[in-house]
Design a protein around this ligand. Structure first.
Ligand code: CAA
Length: 393
């Protein structure tokens, strides 16, 4: 349902970025003496992105945002919303570093949003609201995260890293966001990361139940708000902590809607949404938009089709909403760029991966320099007097 008085508002451009390195999950399985099929089949992941020493959420976000600006310019951009749960500062928004690195004008408000893997969806809805008030304005929504669990923990195989930058505006080229949205919030301790930890704590099995329960609740609210029928969605992009989770979530919503699809039918329905995520791993806030990019980049012509977005952030908040794929959208995709970005990552052996995982930054304010590894345009150079230093390539 869209109000005829307002223009369509949604995603005009969508660019992804990921890390310099990757780790093959078969090698992780070998290292732990686990059957690789547990990872490739059981959780549906093949490779995960691993940050180089000179990368972080800012460098990935700057990479993705710079490509949006190179194509669209900065005219009309009045807001940058930075969504992350891998915050680098308790006070300063990571988005302000990105604002500076990509050369945005000072007449842009910047703020960081957090609610686990959900906050990019909140940012998108806030952007739609701002543009509904003034359709001449554009909003950059930038989601960037690194998923980190302890070495040897059951979450280790579900790590990853990526950023998704979106230009949100009136009369978008890719996806018009529909009303209503269904939302669901419940206080659950399924996954969290206290301020003093660099890796997340998780109740693995509990988190799967919490995700399914919240997505079901968001769907129910969507239906209660007068949403479109389940059958009207050509595809649904789910938050993908691992791709098998999307298949569990889809089956859950299908059953709630009186359907009983086979595993093969579910996998076929979701396949195009999962191609990037199974090679990148969990990217928390970015994940559902990585799934959207994967769908648009790979599916046969979706012009006019309704696509669902099912967003989940532990703790927990979920949201379900629909969008309509716009005529001519294929001329605005970045499939070659995204494929090259994934294919040109430098694979790590297990020893190098563990060294990177164990690397910590000094906390005493002394001068510190990272090793130069990154191939992208932006580097995290190091620290000086507790300040993070970045450079543009
Ligand atoms: N061949 C094929 N399949 C195999 C297999 C083999 N040899 N061995 C095991 N499997 C299957 C299992 O049957 C299981 O499948 P089902 O779930 O369909 O039954 C799957 O592989 C995983 O096996 P386990 O359940 O034994 O795995 P685990 O307990 O060691 O870890 C996990 C799985 C709990 C997801 C863990 O990776 C984890 O804690 N991950 C982090 C938390 C997470 O991602 N939660 C998701 C919901 S929360 C969320 O979405 C927010 C977020 O981003 C974190």
């Amino acid at each position: 349902m869209t109000d005829a008085a307002t223009p369509s508002i949604g995603i005009h451009d969508l660019a992804l970025a990921t890390s310099h390195h990757s780790l093959d999950l078969e090698s992780l399985a070998d290292h732990h003496g686990i059957d690789p099929a547990k990872f490739t089949v059981g959780i549906g992941q093949h490779v995960m992105s691993v940050l180089a020493a000179d990368e972080d959420i800012v460098t990935m976000a700057a990479d993705a945002t710079a490509r949006i600006i190179a194509r669209n310019g900065t005219d009309g951009i009045r807001t940058l919303l930075f969504a992350t749960e891998s915050g680098i500062d308790q006070s300063k928004s990571a988005g302000v570093y990105v604002h500076s690195l990509v050369g945005l004008p000072p007449t842009v408000r910047v703020v960081e949003l957090k609610q686990a893997c959900y906050s990019a969806t909140a940012a998108l809805q806030f952007a739609v609201g701002l543009i509904a008030r003034d359709p001449s304005q554009k909003v950059l929504v930038v989601a960037s995260d690194v998923a980190r669990y302890d070495l040897g923990s059951s979450g280790e195989s579900t790590q990853g890293a990526a950023a998704a930058a979106m230009l949100v505006q009136a009369n978008p080229a890719l996806l018009a966001v529909e009303n209503p949205a269904g939302v669901y919030t419940e206080d659950v301790m399924d996954f969290w990361r206290p301020n003093y930890r660099s890796t997340a704590l998780v109740d693995g099995k509990g988190s799967i139940k919490a995700y399914l329960n919240a997505i079901g609740g968001a769907w129910q609210d969507y239906a209660d708000q007068g949403g479109e029928p389940f059958e009207s969605f050509a595809s649904i992009c789910y938050h993908q902590p691992f791709t098998k989770m999307a298949t569990k979530a889809h089956r859950h919503l299908a059953v709630l809607n009186g359907q009983n699809p086979t595993p093969v039918e579910v996998a076929a329905y979701l396949e195009d949404t999962m191609r990037y995520n199974r090679l990148i791993g969990n990217s928390y806030t970015a994940s559902v938009y990585v799934a959207l990019a994967s769908l648009l980049d790979h599916a046969d012509d979706l012009t006019g089709a309704r696509v669902g977005l099912a967003s989940y952030g532990s703790g927990s908040v979920a949201e379900f909403f629909g969008g309509v794929v716009q005529p001519g959208y294929r001329d605005h995709l970045r499939r070659e760029e995204h494929t090259a970005m994934i294919d040109t990552r430098v694979p790590l052996d297990h020893t190098a991966y563990e060294v990177l995982h164990k690397t910590t930054l000094p906390e005493d304010g002394r001068e510190y320099r990272t090793t130069a590894e990154r191939a992208g345009s932006f580097r995290f150079v190091g620290l000086n007097e507790h300040r993070r230093l970045y450079e543009r390539g």
